[in-house]
Design a protein around this ligand. Structure first.
Ligand code: NAD
Length: 441
């Protein structure tokens, strides 16, 4: 199969590289010419474990290439995936579909012969209908079919997720298109990955429902964590106690600083808007978003309470470890670290920052902080270390060394990666999430 992948970001690049690894011929097209130039020179613009090798292997095999102009790749393609961004529209929370619409207009004019167009971007219900309408308007003689195929991969584990998905959801209304996309995913079908065929609107809604459900699960355990702190219980043990129930499952039950990232915040907002537009308010999801928003400031108050509370951190130097929204990615979009740092600064703190791979992105979005070389450089002279992202290298810090270089010994562990007893044995005041602690400070 010949594939054109429009958009070479986290989803387009990983999907394109994986499809080429299955043996298809893929051209990843991006209108950011500098990104395409970098890719052509073997420089990978995002941090995703395993991606550089996967790309290099398939470029060398002649199955993967990059282009900034879509005309030729689209004309030659059997199937075109739209994998451009769908951020929140400024001001109202609707999904901004301008990139999807622009890509659709451009590709419509380049179509040549029967082509399947797939919306892989996360798009509100009805967008595939709109894509079909735009193509008809731009190119009335085009022979095409539009399919919805939302993507469920997670950054940081994207290649594994793409190659071994829990399921593939395909919304398709035409038999001819179904045969083409079935052929594209055939290698996964042979791996026994379940493929769910449905209609386009159901596929579109399935993606939003999945993300809203996961965001709800995280927010639920975060509220239970708050209660656990008040009543002297341990949220990690509660999570284990409920997660072993097959009806609940153990994943997405880690209490922390609230969800962030490139998907959950914008997708929950977009789903709420779809509900409102259709006079079916989604009250649970609305509450999840509100609770999660409040949590960012609450985390800053947790830091100040380590120094006696009252939201005052004047004269305190705070070392923030980890700024990406989760480990193994350089993605800073809607990272909880950003509002947390702002709140710490509002309370008067001087903030020092270190992240293993997120520093170049962090420097673009975080202001008035000291960027540091490593975790120990960050902790030097600080009154507290705050663990915001659970990178592996933060899980086994040398506590004795930390104690010797910090101005005071406080660890605020927003990911619960440390055993409180171990940290306190080393003379620290420890503050985790959802684990009631004797105040030894
Ligand atoms: P991204 O911002 O990393 O990548 C989008 C790319 O599209 C950019 O490189 C941009 O330059 C390019 N682009 C925009 N308009 C274009 C056009 N007209 N022609 C060619 N290229 C164009 O975004 P992403 O994180 O890959 O997300 C893409 C979609 O996939 C979104 O709808 C997102 O919600 C969804 N999604 C993302 C993830 C994730 O983990 N990032 C997971 C599942 C689904």
């Amino acid at each position: 199969m010949r594939i054109a992948m429009i958009g070479a970001g986290y989803v387009g690049l990983v999907s394109g590289a994986c499809f080429s690894d299955f043996g298809h011929h893929v051209t990843c097209v991006d209108n950011d010419a500098s990104k395409v130039e970098a890719l052509r020179h073997g420089r990978i613009p995002i941090h995703e474990p395993g991606l550089p090798d996967l790309i290099a292997r398939n470029v060398a095999g002649g199955r993967l290439s990059f282009a900034s102009d879509l005309d030729r790749p689209v004309a030659q393609a059997d199937i075109v995936f739209i994998a451009v961004g769908t951020p929140s529209r400024r001001g109202d929370g609707h999904a901004d579909l301008s990139y999807v619409h622009a890509a659709t207009r451009s590709l419509a004019r380049a179509l040549d012969g029967f082509t399947v167009i797939v919306t892989k971007s996360t798009v509100p219900v009805g967008t595939s209908d709109e894509v079909e309408r735009i193509i008809r308007e731009e190119n009335p003689h085009a022979d095409f079919a539009v399919v919805s195929n939302p993507e469920f991969l997670r950054e940081g584990a994207a290649i594994r997720d793409f190659k071994h998905p829990d399921r593939i959801v395909i919304g398709v209304d035409q038999e001819r298109a179904r045969q083409v996309i079935a052929e594209v995913y055939r290698p996964l079908h042979l791996n026994a990955s379940p493929i769910l065929y449905t209609d386009r609107r159901t596929a579109e809604l399935t993606k939003y429902a999945a993300n809203a459900f996961l965001a709800t699960k995280i927010t639920f355990i975060n509220e239970i964590a708050d209660l656990a702190e008040k009543v002297g219980a341990n949220v990690q043990e509660v999570a284990r106690g409920i997660g072993l129930d097959n009806r609940i499952g153990p994943k997405f039950l880690h209490a922390g600083p609230g969800f962030g990232g490139s998907c959950f915040p914008k997708d929950t907002l977009a789903l709420i808007k779809t509900g409102q537009d259709n006079e079916t308010p989604l009250r649970i999801v609305e509450t999840v978003v509100a609770v999660n928003d409040q949590r960012k400031r609450a985390m800053a108050r947790k830091v100040s309470s380590a120094f006696g509370g009252n939201g005052n951190l004047r004269g305190k130097s705070i070392a923030v470890l980890g700024v990406t929204f989760k480990p193994n990615t350089d993605d800073m979009r809607d990272s909880p670290a950003v509002p947390l740092i702002t709140a710490l600064q509002d309370m008067g703190a001087q903030v020092r920052v270190y992240d293993p791979v997120g520093m170049p992105q962090a420097e673009k979005v975080i202001e008035n902080v000291t960027f540091c070389r490593d975790a120990y450089d960050c902790a030097r002279g600080a009154h507290a270390v705050v663990i915001v992202t659970e990178w592996e290298q933060f899980r086994a810090l040398d506590l004795k060394e930390l104690a010797s270089i910090m101005a005071s010994s406080v660890i605020v562990d927003l990911r619960n990666v440390y055993s409180p007893e171990e940290v306190m044995r080393n003379g620290f005041h420890y503050c985790g999430v959802g684990r009631a602690m004797p105040l030894a400070y």
